[in-house]
Design a protein around this ligand. Sequence first.
Ligand code: NDP
Length: 397
Amino acid sequence: MRSITILGATGSIGGSTLDVVARHPDRFRVHALTAHRRIDELARLCVAHRPRFAVVPDAQAGDTLRTHLAAADCPTVVLQGASALDVVAADPEVDVVMAAIVGAAGLAPSIAAARAGKQILLANKEALVSAGPLFVRVCQEGGASVLPIDSEHNAVFQCLTPMPSGQGLPGVPNGVSRILLTASGGPFRQRSMADMADVTPQQACAHPNWSMGRKISVDSATLMNKGLELIEAHFLFGIPAERLDVVVHPQSIIHSLVEYEDGSMLAQLGNPDMRVPIAHALGFPERIASGVERLDLARIGQLHFEAPDPVRFPCLRLAFDALGAGSAAPCVLNAANEIAVDAFLHERLAFTNIATVNDLVLQSLGAEPPPAGIDEVFALDERARTLARRHLLRYAA
Ligand code: NDP
């Protein structure tokens, strides 16, 4: 029986994780669930899964949740404040931490889990993007292991031979020549730049294949998600930028590929449902049921591929450049992008100006030295956010 904390339980990944966990009551016990704004949903999850702890951001949310839980006779203990996230991530009783808070807010509890030597199921790519070298170092020092949840990185993990041990970070074995991440191309894959200028948040969040949170859905539409994933792959697998590549595969059936020196390419296939990589990581090294429908290859018939277009999707190019720069650029890009995407979701910035804001902030701060410690990461992240907000004033819709 393994004890699991789910950071970001009310989100899309959190919900899929609880779905898989509930299929295996003999394997997992839910230790803690956390939420930010959706307190009613957290109350529902506590009643259903009976965690020992629930974490909310402040006293007001704490009072609301306690009232809900008392009415349902649920014994879950409510903790409040950002530091409580670190507590439930590092609790000695916890074996596994699902890191599924969106954005840089997920960094501190992921670092706390790493310091405490937990098995981290890493969905929160932004943590690795803003603080890659630091996160890797803390995992090594704390004896933590990291299993990737992002479907692409989980696919790469599954295509590595010999199979990684599951200890530490995965790395890549000798003989791997290239990692090829697949991208669906998002909802605007075939649109011209001009046609993308006035798309709405609703259109951008309507991903053709995946059901995801709003921030990652917009990132998928700009291809920034693929850019962040390139940076994530670099740190997870310890592979240089020139051996990472992207191919557009609109059906999202192949989740990524690994190319070997002998010319072989291994791919992982599955229906686009995050419960597949989540079940893979939860069960590793065993295989456990995910509840996902089987792939019907005869019905799919054909698989399509095309090259990504860095002109219509400049965010992908910005991320490639940020990775190659080997400096503070990934942290700066991630922070600027969070501000720009939030402004777009609130209809204060045009879709095509997300890349403009990101580019301007990168030009100003991208060449700074990489942050050495967590405080430096947060300071740089804040400077990039402030600058992005200033640029928003100029480009505000
Ligand atoms: P959602 O927006 O659906 O969920 C985000 C979760 O984080 C929610 O539980 C939310 O709480 C919580 N949260 C938001 N802000 C804060 C904060 N400041 N402090 C603490 N908690 C916070 O996102 P997803 O589940 O889609 O994505 C989660 C992560 O997983 C992201 O990093 C994303 O890139 C990554 N990922 C997601 C995939 C997917 O298919 N969804 C695929 C691969 C990676 P509340 O809802 O209560 O406000």
